[in-house]
Write a protein that binds this ligand. Sequence first.
Ligand SMILES: [Fe+2]
Length: 255
Amino acid sequence: MTSKQGKILVISDIHGNAEGLKAVLKSESDYDFLVFLGDSVLSGPQPKETAEILLDVQPDINIMGNHDEILLDHVLIDKWPEDWRAYNRWAFKQIPSEIIETTKTYSFSGKYEIGGVNFFLHHGQLNRSIPAAIPYADASSFEAIDPGNDSELVLFGHNHIQFTHELNGKTYINPGSVGQPRCGRTHACYAVFEDGKYIPRQVSYDQRPWISALDKIDELKQYPKFVSWLKEGFLSGYGIGKREPWTRFHAEGYF
Ligand SMILES: [Fe+2]
């Protein structure tokens, strides 16, 4: 049996927030393995800076997120509201072509051994007919993440909440979101495994560069309400609005 060695840093859902990503990498600069669970540069005002950092650190494993798929196929946002499409179109023009090439190599879900630990990795996006795998969700939501998998540790992102869920002898772990938290806290969330032991972590950072980057986007000047909504979500930590179930999760202490 392989021994569990080293420090694994797990990040997910960066969403074009270079400040959050820099804070995490600075706090955990002694990691041995870097695992990224998807959603890299889109839906945030620092896509170029975020791409440059990811190209520099080159995670050992990259899992394809739904926003990464958009990078490779712009048609996927054709039915989105016009303000969101303008935000994405602007981002497409900012990012270096290398991040597109790298994104093409991202993996879909599967089993991986990292530092002697067996994981099942998945971005966390499920078929639309299945409720999201968040705290209090039915077993079927979690079972849909890893059908047929026998690894005891299942890592996934997508829902931007840091939590664990025990089911069928397995531990489902969401490290939370680096760049777009939803539970009313403004930290960058992530996880580490030290010699096989799971540790959820959060780090705070200066939010001002993110705000000033957003203010500089000329393509969004015609959507002031959208920009205000983005700012309010970012500054409050309620990334997609202050509402249920996120206010409940905030009250219960989730990040
Ligand atoms: Fe995401």
